[in-house]
Design a protein around this ligand. Structure first.
Ligand SMILES: [Fe+2]
Ligand SMILES: [Fe+2]
Length: 215
């Protein structure tokens, strides 16, 4: 098997384009885990409630697009093959979340955010910079991202219409997975990021949440 160093710049560019298109066109690589809401019956909801659920799941879908991009960015710029492989695998695991959100949006008759390519490119850039700063900071960035995603999912779970068990099951499982991701990063020695960086990440994610709900 080739190590990352053996791939040419052209190969890596092709991988990057493939990863981007797979993410924004909703065809991510996944582990193939079944969607947690698979055996749940479609709940009875009013049109407004369905619209609200679809918009909330759009927000979560965009969050997962950003997660893919952050991992892809870090995979691209890390100087260590082990870290690159870890980021690659992490993106595939997060691909399950992306696929589940996409499925639920379809069931609710909604659509993914029209701005996902922009969010992808912006998040890729952030991941790329984090990867350049070295493996420890990259890990710290990952742990902080997961921490903020967990807080975000807890708010989203509270906002869902009460009877929307299908969306609830998906977000609940995502939250458990993100807790594992955060704990793994902390166990691996992720440092705490400086306060202003955490604040900037939180502001950006709030902008994403507000925008993706509507567009
Ligand atoms: Fe996720
Ligand atoms: Fe995660």
């Amino acid at each position: 098997m080739n190590t990352y160093r053996q791939y040419s710049l052209f190969d890596r560019l092709c991988f990057g384009i493939d990863q981007t298109l797979r993410t924004v066109c909703n065809n991510p690589k996944t582990t193939g885990r079944a969607c947690p809401s698979l055996n749940e019956a479609e709940p009875l909801m009013t049109i407004l409630e369905r619209k609200n659920s679809a918009a909330l799941m759009r927000v979560n879908h965009t969050g997962e697009v950003c997660a893919q991009a952050l991992y892809h960015g870090q995979e691209s710029s890390s100087g260590c093959d082990v870290v690159k492989e870890k980021m690659h695998q992490a993106a595939i695991e997060e691909g399950d979340h992306l696929a589940w959100c996409c499925l639920r949006i379809d069931e609710l008759g909604g659509h993914a955010s029209y701005l996902n390519l922009l969010w992808y490119l912006g998040s890729f850039g952030m991941g790329y910079v984090a990867g350049l700063m070295g493996d420890q900071w990259s890990l710290g960035f990952l742990a902080e991202t997961e921490t903020q995603v967990i807080q975000h999912l807890e708010k989203q779970l509270a906002l869902l219409p009460r009877q929307d068990n299908k969306s609830y099951k998906i977000l609940h499982q995502m939250r458990l997975d993100e807790l594992d991701h955060r704990d793994e990063a902390l166990k691996a020695g992720a440092p705490s990021l400086p306060g202003p960086v955490k604040k900037a990440m939180s502001i950006l994610s709030k902008i994403m949440v507000k925008t993706a709900y509507w567009v």
